[in-house]
Design a protein around this ligand. Structure first.
Ligand code: PGA
Length: 252
C-alpha cells in the first residue's frame, strides 16, 4: 500500500480580512521545501478564496473552502455557494460537517453527506468532520457517535475523501484527548471505513483536529493512524502554522 501523504489543513473560520492573506506568503517562506512532502491547505473565508488562490500560484500551498451548498446544480438559492463555484474560484478541498456547522447551524449527517457528494461532483475533495461532544464522551458513547457519523456522513465512495476526527470538546480550547484516545478513535474510523470500502479505505486520510498547536503537534503526529491535522486558531498566524507543519516527521 502506498503511504498516505500527510495533509495539514488550516481552517480560518470567520476570521481575517484580505490583508491577512499576506500570512500565506509568509507561511510558504517559513515552511520552505516541507510543502513538497506534506499537503498544506488553507481554507480562508469564502470571499477570499479567489484572491488566496491567486496568491499561491507558484507555491505548493493549496486553497480550500469551509462549507458548500448541498445543491450541486445552479439554482435559485439566495446566499448559497455551490461546490462548483468554490472550485471555479480555486478551492481544491471543502470542509463539510464541521462541528460548528452541525451544532450552530443544525446540520445533520445526511446533509453533510450530500454536501460531500456535491463537492465530489465538482471534482473537489471533501474533508468530512466527525467527533463527539463532552457529554457523549462521558456517557461512553464515542464509538457509537463517531461510527454513526462516519457511516452517515461519508458518501458511497472512498476515493478522494478525507475524514477529520475533531472531538467537539477539544475545539478552540486547550484540552485535547490523550494520545491513546486519539489512536483509538482513528482506528475506529478506519475500521468503519474498511467495513464500507474494503482495502480502499486504506487510502483515506484521517486527520486529527481540536486545539492542535506548535506545542502538541509533534506528539499528535506521532500517533499511529494520524495522517495530519485540521487546525483552527493556530492556522491564522504563519509562524504558528509553520511550526505545526515543521513538527511533522515528513517535514524533515
Ligand atoms: P482549533 O479548531 O484548532 O482552534 O481547536 C479546530 C477546528 O475547529 O477545526
Amino acid at each position: 500500500m502506498a503511504a498516505r501523504k500527510p495533509l495539514i489543513a488550516g481552517n480560518w473560520k470567520m476570521f481575517g480580512r484580505a490583508a491577512d492573506l499576506g500570512e500565506i506568503a509568509a507561511l510558504s517562506e517559513a515552511i520552505g521545501p516541507a510543502s513538497g512532502a506534506i499537503d498544506v491547505l488553507i481554507c480562508p473565508p469564502a470571499p477570499y478564496i479567489g484572491a488566496a488562490a491567486e496568491q499561491v500560484r507558484g507555491m505548493s500551498i493549496l486553497i480550500g473552502a469551509q462549507d458548500c451548498s448541498a445543491v450541486g446544480a445552479d439554482s435559485a438559492r439566495t446566499g448559497e455557494i455551490s461546490a462548483a463555484m468554490l472550485a471555479d474560484a480555486g478551492a481544491l478541498c471543502i470542509i463539510v460537517g464541521h462541528s460548528e456547522r452541525r451544532t450552530l447551524h443544525g446540520e445533520t449527517s445526511d446533509l453533510v453527506r450530500r454536501k460531500a457528494e456535491a463537492a465530489l461532483s465538482a471534482g473537489v475533495t471533501p474533508i468530512v468532520c466527525v467527533g463527539e461532544t463532552q457529554a457523549e464522551r462521558e456517557a461512553g458513547r464515542v464509538a457509537d457517535i463517531v461510527g454513526q457519523q462516519v457511516r452517515d456522513s461519508v458518501p458511497e465512495q472512498s476515493a478522494n475523501i478525507v475524514v477529520a476526527y475533531e472531538p467537539v470538546w477539544a475545539i478552540g480550547g486547550t484540552r485535547t484527548p490523550t494520545l491513546p484516545e486519539i489512536a483509538e478513535v482513528h482506528t475506529l474510523i478506519r475500521t468503519v471505513l474498511a467495513e464500507r470500502f474494503g482495502d480502499q479505505a486504506n487510502a483515506v486520510r484521517i486527520l486529527y483536529g481540536g486545539s492542535v498547536g506548535p506545542k502538541n503537534a509533534a506528539e499528535i503526529f506521532s500517533v499511529e493512524g494520524v495522517d495530519g491535522a485540521l487546525v483552527g486558531r493556530a492556522s491564522l498566524k504563519a509562524t504558528d502554522f509553520a511550526a505545526i507543519i515543521l513538527a511533522h516527521p515528513a517535514a524533515s
